[in-house]
Design a protein around this ligand. Structure first.
Ligand code: ADP
Ligand code: MG
Length: 361
């Protein structure tokens, strides 16, 4: 224990907190909350990721490593890290604000969406990943929620955020064995706990590309075990109803990424040289209707899940010891209602995509 914690003093960097005026939450992640704030010296809006030290207890070096990684990165498609400080019980990581919203939301707002639009988006993502891989950094949690637009201008850059579980690989062939990533986007070797390296990001890029072109994810299962089995079998199906207007090159690109063996997947550099990315071979068909249908169902479903979680949080906060019995009954009946609501949403989503959907999407 150091002197400042013995005296219950704040760490020295805590003084920098007064340089920021904190605003509303932008999102909640695995380790804490991300808040909007204003940097008082420049007047710029920023995003501050707040990590509770108790959630990383015993792994404080993970946060320090994340800070070390972030400080050394500079790429137009990777969110810029500005500053950090800590209190007795929290870490604060300050980033440029990406104010243009999530990738899928932005696509839904557009009037048209073609294969070539998808290829342009994926090119930006892969260029950023090629840069990260050249620095021996594996992102490990690539998914649409971590792809945000920098601002609201029509030609805004797409930014990769969330390096919470990335790790600098000490050597080229070091295999990382921590379970990470998100179901649905995680590579087979991650789910099977066989360790993983850079190819896990390429798998996620394959899943994102598939989802961008049809609106639903390539692997869907009822439970964790089924999902693991489905992903490990790695049988990618292009359902005729949704894929008939998509080019052979796009399907080939996806198949070259969704390969069970990590060493057989395209690397980021190879993916950037694939015909689907380099030439405008994609069809000019507007895919927006299909894609929107799937994304909207998914957004509605996510919203319901979030609303249920928020309602449960609120209920557990307002529960007082004197009416504990009645309130717990209320919680049960309300969560039954919410479950029903969730099921309805799920059925709606299934009906609209023709594909079964699980909460793990
Ligand atoms: P976690 O590792 O806990 O998942 P993230 O870094 O992904 O945390 O942040 C959680 C959410 O906060 C994101 O999905 C996004 O909605 C929002 N967010 C994160 N970084 C930024 C940023 N720089 N600008 C705007 N919103 C952000
Ligand atoms: Mg995240």
């Amino acid at each position: 224990m150091n002197l400042s914690s013995l005296l219950h003093l704040q760490p020295p960097s805590y003084g920098r907190k007064k340089n920021y005026e904190f605003g509303p939450d932008l999102g909640t992640g695995t380790y804490g909350t991300v808040k909007r704030a204003k940097a008082l010296d420049t007047g710029e809006d920023v995003a501050v990721k707040i990590i509770l030290k108790k959630t990383v207890k015993g792994h404080e070096e993970m946060v320090e490593k994340e800070i070390g990684v972030l400080k050394n990165l500079s790429h137009p498609n990777i969110v810029n890290f500005r500053d950090w400080f800590e209190s007795r019980d929290k870490y604060y990581l300050v980033f440029d604000l990406a104010s243009g919203g999530e990738l899928f939301d932005k696509i839904c707002e557009q009037g048209r969406f073609t294969e070539n639009n998808a290829a342009t988006i994926m090119k930006e993502v892969i260029q950023a990943i090629e840069y990260l891989h050249s620095k021996n950094v594996v992102h490990r949690d690539l998914k649409p929620e971590n792809l945000l637009y920098k601002d609201n201008t029509p030609d805004s850059k797409l930014m990769i955020v969330d390096f919470g579980i990335s790790k600098v690989m000490e050597s080229e062939d070091q295999v990382l064995t921590t379970m990470c990533g998100s179901y649905g986007y995680a590579a087979p070797e991650v789910l099977l706990r066989r360790g993983h390296g850079k190819p896990v990001d390429m798998w996620s890029i394959g899943v994102i590309t598939y989802t961008l072109l049809c609106g639903y994810a390539p692997f869907q299962a009822e439970n964790d075990q089924q999902l693991v089995a489905e992903i490990a079998r790695c049988n990618v199906v292009f359902h005729e109803r949704y894929w008939r207007d998509v080019s052979v090159e796009a399907r080939d690109f996806i198949k070259c990424l969704l390969r069970a063996h990590p060493e057989k997947r395209l690397t980021a550099t190879e993916a950037l040289q694939h015909k689907w990315i380099t030439t405008e071979t994609g069809t000019d068909v507007d895919l927006l209707d299909n894609v929107k249908e799937g994304f909207n169902a998914k957004r509605m479903f996510k919203k319901t899940v979030r609303a249920v979680a928020a309602a449960n949080r609120l209920r557990s906060m307002t529960r007082s010891p004197t009416n504990a019995d009645t309130s717990s009954d209320e919680i049960e009946s309300s969560s039954a209602q919410q479950q029903q609501q969730q099921q309805q949403q799920q059925q709606q989503q299934q009906a609209s995509t023709g594909i079964e959907v699980t909460q793990q999407q």
